[in-house]
Design a protein around this ligand. Structure first.
Ligand code: AMP
Length: 170
């Protein structure tokens, strides 16, 4: 199965100059969605993973079924103010301004090896912040997994030293 057949290109969304990779066609095809989760699970084989950390919100779409399939804990990374318990937080810069992401401190035990999952690797800023968050909580980033990697944006440069895999590259 070619996953690119289920990813739609939307030019100039959400702002002029951005070519948005839309995964909603993939989500509405049960076979393609299931295949995607299978492919991520396959990548996880042979990697040492205690828990799945997924980034709000599209990372959740793949992280939750993956965690169920692998029988591993699912840990959400959320935008500021959404998690009710004690959190660790990281501020990171966006193209315009900055953002804060949070994770429950109790979700990661010291030394836990986690997979961080998101839908798209663009500049890498979001994943670098998530990796910082995991490490701040005492965890180790075992690997970083993506459905889509936008190679021209060179997000891997920002994530040097981490083990990264992606299913589809543009
Ligand atoms: P970045 O921090 O630049 O790597 O951006 C990653 C986040 O932005 C991911 O969570 C994606 O959901 C989203 N994103 C960035 N660029 C695109 C794009 N061209 N198409 C779809 N989503 C994108």
């Amino acid at each position: 199965m070619n996953l690119k057949d289920y990813i739609r290109d939307i030019p100039d969304f959400p702002q002029p100059g951005i070519l948005f990779r839309d995964i909603t066609p993939l989500l509405r095809d049960a076979g393609a969605f299931n295949y995607t989760v299978d492919q991520i699970a396959q990548q996880c084989q042979g990697r040492d993973i205690d828990a799945i950390v997924a980034i709000e919100s599209r990372g959740f779409l793949f992280g939750a079924p993956l965690a169920c399939r692998m029988a591993k804990p699912f840990i959400p990374v959320r935008k500021q103010g959404k998690l009710p318990g004690e959190t660790v937080s990281v501020e990171y810069s966006l193209e315009y301004g900055s953002n804060v992401m949070e994770m429950h401190l109790e979700d990661v035990s010291s030394g836990d090896r986690v997979l961080i999952l998101d839908d798209v690797l663009a500049t890498g800023g979001t994943l670098a912040a998530a990796a910082q968050l995991v490490e701040k909580a005492g965890g180790k980033v075992s690997s970083i997994g993506l459905v889509i990697e936008l190679e021209a944006l060179e997000g891997r440069k920002l994530l040097e030293g981490y083990d990264i895999f992606s299913l589809v590259q543009y």
